[in-house]
Design a protein around this ligand. Structure first.
Ligand SMILES: [Fe+2]
Length: 140
């Protein structure tokens, strides 16, 4: 788990020290051990102007890390307040739901925050064969 926050800002970034920590941590593991990388800001667009305007910066650097480190089997993030599943650099990317309010997607209406929608959370299971399974729960 990494901190992608920038104090006082809504967008995110992984600092040089964080990239170094990821590499050092993976080096300490057997190369066959799959790893899941977790941080707050998605590195991709999610088709909503709000989270898309405050993504993880420099996604190319993250993609290069994934290219070098095949043991990273997937990425989990938050930030968007809308559960989503997509890919990044050929790996699964799962965005967890909001725990306080839910993002209304552009085709769901004008108001950004849907405070009546149930919030939720996810359980992630990474198999030894590198298969990521995410189970979602809603909280009403
Ligand atoms: Fe956030």
């Amino acid at each position: 788990m990494c901190d992608s926050s920038i104090p006082g800002e809504d967008e995110g970034a992984l600092a040089d020290e964080t990239y170094a920590w990821i590499e050092e941590t993976l080096d300490e593991l057997d190369g066959d051990v799959p790893a899941l990388l977790a941080f707050h800001h998605p590195p991709v667009t999610l088709h909503h102007p709000l989270p898309d305007g405050y993504r993880l910066g420099d996604p190319g650097r993250l993609a290069a890390l994934l290219e070098r480190r095949p043991e990273i089997a997937g990425i989990i993030t938050g930030h968007a307040h809308s559960p989503a599943a997509t890919t990044f650099a050929g790996r699964p990317l799962v965005v967890g739901p909001g725990v306080t309010w839910t993002l209304r997607l552009p085709w769901e209406g004008e108001e950004i925050a849907d405070r009546a929608a149930p919030v939720g959370f996810a359980f992630h299971v990474l198999d030894e064969d590198r298969r990521l399974t995410s189970h979602f729960r809603v909280v009403v």
